[in-house]
Design a binder for this molecule. Structure first.
Ligand SMILES: [Zn+2]
Ligand SMILES: [Zn+2]
Ligand SMILES: [Zn+2]
Length: 375
């Protein structure tokens, strides 16, 4: 047995098998100083700083260009071409029907899609720890910790989601490791400190059942070296990595997120909803600022109302937990065409949506299954 007895703590002195959770026990956290004031100041909750007062007056927008805007009309020719190229891109669709079909009706509509994106930052703090390796400790003796929102951090490019963690200055404290109680090791739970376990081959009987020969796996000893601790009887504490002490500190967690509000104007054509979210549109209006104003006088009233609703929803849902850094609202035109056609005496339907003429097929007369996933 190659048990290493040079360890300062012999296995016998490790009276427990620490299998406690990685987080410090609550009693310990209670003994750590309260950093409540980082979040609250002078009785008044200052979870995040008030955003600068908006002084930008709503800009009068001329919508005359909207009325002049034309999205190219989908003709019969275009409708057939779009279906043909869709069919050719799928292994399960034959192209004969697309070639021979008779288009009976094209129902066209141009929809308006309103989108509001809000890029926000939220901050929380949490206690964390790492093994203490005798490096200098930035504790309260070096000064008062800044408040969460006073800590300067590098903001990622706008609308790029990210999460970053920072150590709060002057918040570090060194404590004995709570998992090994400062010993750096703890008793192995696999062998309860003995370094050996019962031989599984002979079940400790020293020879195999109905065989007089000694068990070859344990050489007749009935016990084998514990594989969990390699026969040492103890294990290096995983929490402090054997360092015996931990440095606890506050960690600032900053999260940048995008929130999306989307609205598509009322449609006369009954088409699957999912097409409209991903359809490529023609940009009509784009407004980006640290905060945007609701659109008030768009010719389609439901778009103006959606803008007001979206901005109100985002500020209500983010107000108590984040700071809005940037907002972007857009209005796009989405062309949608419902194509009714005849093929071999039956009627079928497909849709062409977006400025890039994407096709959505409800049913198609010439479809074979080759085992692929039908989209
Ligand atoms: Zn062991
Ligand atoms: Zn054995
Ligand atoms: Zn430890």
């Amino acid at each position: 047995m190659d048990r290493d007895l040079s360890e300062e703590d012999s296995v016998e002195s490790l009276s427990f098998e620490a299998e406690s959770p990685l987080a410090p026990p609550t009693e310990l956290l209670e003994r750590l100083p309260s950093y409540e004031w980082l979040l609250h100041g002078g009785g008044q909750q200052i979870f995040f700083p008030p955003s600068e007062a908006l002084v930008r007056p709503p800009e009068p927008t001329s919508w005359s260009s909207f009325l002049e805007h034309r999205v190219p009309v989908v003709t019969e020719e275009v409708a057939r071409e779009a279906l043909l190229s869709f069919v050719n891109s799928k292994c399960c669709y034959g192209s004969a029907a697309a070639d021979d079909l008779i288009i009976r009706e094209l129902r066209r509509q141009t929809l308006c899609r309103y989108r509001l994106e809000t890029f926000s930052e939220s901050r929380i703090s949490e206690w964390t720890f790492q093994p203490f390796t005798n490096h200098s400790v930035d504790g309260p003796q070096r000064g008062t910790s800044p408040r969460l929102w006073d800590i300067k951090v590098q903001v990622p490019p706008m609308f790029q989601e990210d999460t970053k963690k920072f150590q709060v200055p002057h918040s570090s404290l060194v404590k004995e490791c709570h998992r090994c109680h400062g010993r750096g090791r703890y008793k192995c739970s696999g062998c309860h400190g003995s370094g050996t376990v019962r031989c599984l081959t002979c079940s400790g009987a020293k020879h195999k059942a109905r065989q007089p020969r000694r068990c070859p796996m344990c050489s007749g000893s009935g016990r084998r070296r514990c594989s969990t601790c390699s026969g040492r009887g103890s294990k290096t504490c995983a929490t402090c990595k054997g360092q015996r002490r931990l440095v606890h500190f506050l960690q600032l967690v900053v999260t940048w997120r995008n929130s999306l509000f989307e609205f598509v104007s009322d449609r006369q054509i009954h088409c699957p909803q999912e097409l409209l979210g991903k359809a490529k549109g023609e940009n009509l209006f784009r407004d980006e600022n640290s905060a945007v104003y609701p659109i008030v006088d768009f010719p389609l009233r439901e778009i103006s109302l959606a803008s007001q609703r979206g901005i109100a929803e985002h500020s209500a849902s983010l107000a108590s937990r984040a700071r809005i850094l940037q907002q972007r609202q857009t209005i796009e035109l989405i062309p949608l065409t419902e194509v009714h056609y005849w093929y071999q005496g039956k009627t079928y339907v497909y849709y062409i949506y977006g400025t890039d003429h994407q096709v959505y097929v409800v049913d198609y007369p010439e479809r074979y299954c080759c085992g692929c996933t039908i989209l």
